[in-house]
Design a protein around this ligand. Structure first.
Ligand SMILES: *Cc1c(COP(=O)(O)O)cnc(C)c1O
Length: 392
């Protein structure tokens, strides 16, 4: 009998379809922004991580064009061989300045920054304590490291204390790893409490500031600044691809940490350096974030306006607790969530359905941008009052 060793793949896709877990891409045909062209239709964009509207900013585009003309399209090698440019170091200094740390290291993506950093900091004899809602890159970084992994209940410092009491002393090093803004919920990690538990149990702390950098804190440094924890010994990871409008990731921390990662993080050592265009665009973004705090102020004003509109017009709409520009509406099941997302799109609103396995329970996820206008927020609220779209 001849069997096809790949037949299981098609079976697997059938299973995904049956569970409503199947996903596919949607083509965006315009510049990034508050209003985009999606499959030939103009929609208001509540699906973007471009919180400050920088991905389409002329200054970032000009910086990327100039860097490409000066240095070419590719960096042609890993940073330790032929791929290092002065531009990379300039960006790392700028990130350290934005994050108020002594040094920083840029990676090819935030995902790679988490994989490489976790795998470098802990190993077989060590323990990772991970918030159960952590981003995939933190979870997979922990697996890659070979350390023992214990998940604690989302945001629950009492549960974390129990786990530390039970397991900490069986291991050499311990790392507490958490999103700072939870990417699919919008709430914040209890950073001050995590830091005091870390001090009590002699643990390292890694926070993923992907959705916080440029967004939270008085100067946009992120959640660490928001909580007044600047200067604490924290491994801060983040991305250049959200509020910074470019592509790439970073780790910010002490010079010793950064020097160690340059020698030990495989996802930094064995991959090509960031392209000149991405590096220059991110550098321009950091400068704009530092020089134009009004963008961040506008973003938060928009979040407040949207929350007020919801409270006034749709007081029964269920919204998950959030202290960020990410607002989520929980739905009972996958099918209802997908239907709501489709109906929103028909009403000119682009807000994606997020469902398992990304999250345990289905939801519509809205991200607010600084460049949304009042009428955009009004139209969103109006769409949620249409029959079949709201979660009541
Ligand atoms: C987006 C995201 C990442 C990955 O960043 P990329 O630069 O897109 O690879 C990592 N962690 C969190 C929490 C994220 O939301």
């Amino acid at each position: 009998m001849v069997t096809d060793p790949y037949a299981w793949i098609e079976q697997s896709l059938v299973t995904l379809h049956k569970a409503d877990w199947y996903r596919s891409v949607q083509t965006l045909q315009s510049h990034p922004g508050a209003v985009v062209l999606l499959a030939g239709r103009e929609v208001i964009n509540f699906a973007s991580n471009d919180y400050l509207g920088l991905a389409g900013d002329e200054r970032l585009i000009a910086a990327a064009v100039t860097a490409t003309k000066n240095y070419g399209t590719g960096s042609t090698g890993s940073r330790l061989l032929s791929g290092h440019r002065e531009l990379h170091r300039e960006l790392e200094r700028a990130i350290a300045s934005l994050k108020q740390t002594e040094d920083a290291l840029v990676f090819s993506s935030g995902y790679l920054a988490n994989l490489g950093t976790l795998a470098a900091l802990v190993g077989k004899r060590d323990l990772v304590l991970s918030d159960e809602y952590n981003h995939s890159s933190l979870k997979n970084g922990a697996i890659l490291s070979g350390a023992a992994i214990v998940n604690y209940t989302h945001g629950d410092t009492e549960d974390l204390r129990c786990q530390l009491t039970q397991y900490r002393r069986q291991y050499r090093r311990c790392l507490i790893a958490t999103d700072s803004v939870f990417s699919m919920d919008g709430d914040l990690c209890p950073l001050p409490e995590l830091l005091s538990l870390a001090a009590e149990f002699n643990c390292m702390v890694l926070v993923d500031e992907a959705h916080a950098t440029g967004v939270l804190g008085a100067t946009g440094a992120g959640c660490v600044e928001h909580f007044g924890c600047t200067g604490h010994a924290i491994v801060q990871v983040g991305t250049l691809s959200k509020a910074l409008g470019s592509l790439g990731g970073y780790v910010a921390g002490s010079p010793t940490l950064i020097d160690f990662l340059r020698n030990r993080a495989a996802s930094w050592i064995y991959t090509t350096g960031l392209s000149p265009a991405d590096t220059a665009a991110a550098l321009a973004a950091v400068q704009i974030i530092q020089q134009e705090p009004e963008r961040r102020a506008q973003l938060h004003a928009n979040v407040d306006t949207l929350k007020q509109l919801i409270q006034k017009r749709l007081p029964k709409l269920k919204v998950l607790p959030s202290e960020s520009p990410i607002l989520c509406l929980p739905f009972g099941n996958v099918t209802d969530t997908l239907t709501a997302a489709q109906q929103l799109k028909a009403a000119g609103i682009f807000a994606p359905a997020i469902r398992p396995p990304t999250v345990p329970t289905s939801r519509i996820r809205i991200s607010v941008m600084a460049t949304h206008e009042f009428t955009h927020l009004q139209q969103l609220v109006e769409a949620f009052s249409l029959p079949g779209i709201g979660n009541w």
